[in-house]
Design a protein around this ligand. Structure first.
Ligand code: B1M
Length: 210
């Protein structure tokens, strides 16, 4: 099986097929190469086709499911190889209230975890109070928030405000398609990460300065 087949399986929303191709690919290709060289570009092209109205919502959802099944295989492989051992600090992650997009968040989860952070993923559509509760219970020095829609940026801001109001002293990283550096600053975040790798770099810098 080759790269093109996986790209095809994701583009066409073939969930089982995507999983089995990844299992094959993992025999010859490092897990992160599969993520960066195949899965992310495949998702980008599906997203692009959607925006250009060449594909529609049901297909998009199927592609998202296929990508998820690819990530599951990758995650399983990494855990089998003992590569997910947490040695750094806690990292709480969530898609904010009203936002059910989680492909990007799941990539962030995968990478951050594999760079040694103990990730608590609260999932999607997470209300500010729940995030604040988890962060204070775990005493996490880093929180990552994901929002992909202009309509969920206010929920992101609300979450940041509530965290600060409750005296949170850690770092808040935000990410997602509609965000940028200026908007992140405006809503009170410490850092805007344009992708998963940038999240890792910033988290590492925080960890090293602790
Ligand atoms: Co939706 N959707 N969607 N969608 N969807 C967008 C975001 C949209 C831009 C598409 C469009 O219409 N042009 C648009 C928002 C418009 C806006 O507000 N400006 C939109 C909309 C409107 C909607 C719906 C309302 C339905 C509709 O289209 N009418 C609906 C809303 C649901 C809801 O949340 N309440 C909806 C639903 C869906 C699906 C369910 C079909 C599916 C999501 C499936 C899933 O996630 N499980 C979906 C998808 C797939 C998309 C697009 C096409 C692709 C998103 C994606 O997964 N990209 C998207 C268009 C786009 O983004 N161009 C779109 C791939 C992913 C790897 O990238 O998520 O950006 P991304 O993550 C990156 C970085 O941003 C960053 O790192 C990631 C990895 O490198 N990052 C972080 C992300 N989060 C981070 C957090 C961090 C750090 C970095 O914290 C530390």
């Amino acid at each position: 099986e080759d790269d093109a087949t996986l790209r095809w399986a994701i583009a066409n929303g073939m969930k089982e097929r995507a999983g089995s191709i990844v299992r094959e690919l993992l025999k010859t290709m490092p897990a992160f190469d599969i993520v960066h060289r195949i899965v992310i570009p495949a998702l980008d092209s599906v997203a692009h086709d959607f925006e250009e109205e060449r594909t529609y919502l049901p297909q998009l959802m199927m592609s998202a499911e296929a990508a998820k099944s690819a990530f599951q295989e990758i995650k399983y492989n990494l855990s089998q190889n003992g590569e997910t051992h947490a040695e750094k600090c806690d990292f709480v992650l969530a898609s904010v209230k009203g936002d059910i997009h989680d492909i990007g968040k799941n990539i962030v989860h995968l990478l951050v975890e594999n760079y040694g952070f103990a990730v608590t993923d609260l999932g999607i559509d997470v209300p500010p109070e729940k995030i604040v509760d988890a962060v204070s219970k775990i005493n996490a020095p880093i929180v990552g928030l994901s929002a992909l829609m202009t309509t969920t940026i206010p929920a992101m801001e609300e979450t940041i405000c509530l965290l600060r109001e409750k005296g949170y002293k850690g770092k808040i990283i935000v990410g997602g398609a509609v965000l940028n550096h200026n908007l992140a600053k405006k809503i009170g975040a410490d850092y805007y990460a344009k992708d998963a790798m940038e999240t890792v770099r910033y988290a590492n810098a925080i960890w090293e300065n602790m």
